[in-house]
Design a protein around this ligand. Sequence first.
Ligand code: HEC
Ligand code: HEC
Length: 395
Amino acid sequence: MASKIIICLSIASLIFVFSCERKSVSNEVEKERQMSNVSISELPLKIPIPENNLQSESKIELGRLLFFDPILSGNKDVACATCHHPSNGYAESRDISIGVNGEGFGGKRTFKNRNTIPFVKRNAHTVINTAFNGIGTSYKYDALEAPMFWDLRAKSLEEQALLPIKALEEMRGLQYSEAEILEVVLKRLQKIEKYNLLFAEVFPNEKEPINEINLSKAIASFERTLIGNNSRFDLYQRGDKNALSQGEIEGMKLFVKVGCIQCHNGPMFSDYKIHVLGVPDHPNLPEHDLGFENGNGFRTPTLRNLRFTFPFMHNGTKKSVKEILEFYEDISLGKSQNQRITINEIDSLARDLELRVKDFGPIINFLLSLNDDNFDQTIPKQVPSGLAVGGNIGL
Ligand code: HEC
Ligand code: HEC
């Protein structure tokens, strides 16, 4: 009899201790959340432009032509627009990219027969709103420091623009080395009369206007015109209280309460920091992607325009927002989806999420209010090289 009572008591006290502990963790997390001073907010209407690369109509149009012209790739078959096409919201509707030696468009793109070029190991971001990359909760923004890529390996749209040209599997191919490709591309541009005229007009008083720096400046200038800053969420934030439905407003509140806002914050819904989440590896890639400084972390992506960034995560392995929420639920319950990464290695801000299945619907609805289709979708009729506009995409 006595021992039974003791057992009962100890079970009761166990439950008590457990629930107390759980509660105190919650309070602590709650306090941290209040103190961390993060928020979500509308994008500015004014686009930040760096002083060393001011916009002009002719510079933007030159940048657009270059963006669609496969002359920038080793085999003249891939343009920036191959993987960042306006019909796909300047992203791709595929998990990991196929650049050199590929044919077809978006989800239907495949390698040609007898291929020796690997997949690009990551999922393509949308270029829409990259003019705001790095903008924080305080709206502080520095175009020269703007973080780029899943692992932050480039700063500014200007620096980023030359990197795909140099990458073997994206645009360079096997014919030229990384050291020589830019020179090859510039020589080609210099032989095309139209490009000579356009570069001279945009960069007057320069002896050799077709150079690396001006190439990157023109492309970046064009990219800064690809903006979607009038989503229904933006309109709501600017005062139109009918722009969001009650369900979406409920989703917004849950997004904050559950803890998504800890990483997805500011006007771009990203802290632009690196976090380890343990996304599963892509089955078609030969190696585990170690991410930022080999530490398994990736940059928080924007949650704007999920309609176009689908499929999701750095390797496109998540096919829906619901799958992503299930992934976060697993983490919050102590389960890692990647065997190489233990639950304790996963960012505590993700482990501390307090997500319930019944929150999924409203959060998904809220996230969809961040889409904005009203961006420039102009496709040039032709490009100065005379090659296929947008590369070998069969459009
Ligand atoms: C073969 C497909 C492919 C081509 C061609 C390509 N990209 Fe990308 N792009 C990607 C992928 C994949 C990423 C993500 C890579 C990473 O983060 O490691 C990316 C990332 C970017 C980003 C970073 C966005 C962000 O939020 O960090 C920009 C900007 C961009 N590309 C512009 C360009 C430009 C300009 C060109 C042409 C000079 C180009 N891309 C050519 C696939 C491509
Ligand atoms: C610890 C920081 C953190 C928290 C908390 C967090 N996220 Fe994320 N989120 C990230 C990072 C980092 C990625 C990219 C991970 C990767 O690809 O490896 C990501 C990716 C995503 C994506 C994919 C976007 C795309 O275009 O690929 C969605 C959607 C998303 N998160 C929604 C949410 C929601 C909803 C919550 C709350 C339930 C949340 N996140 C909580 C950091 C976080």
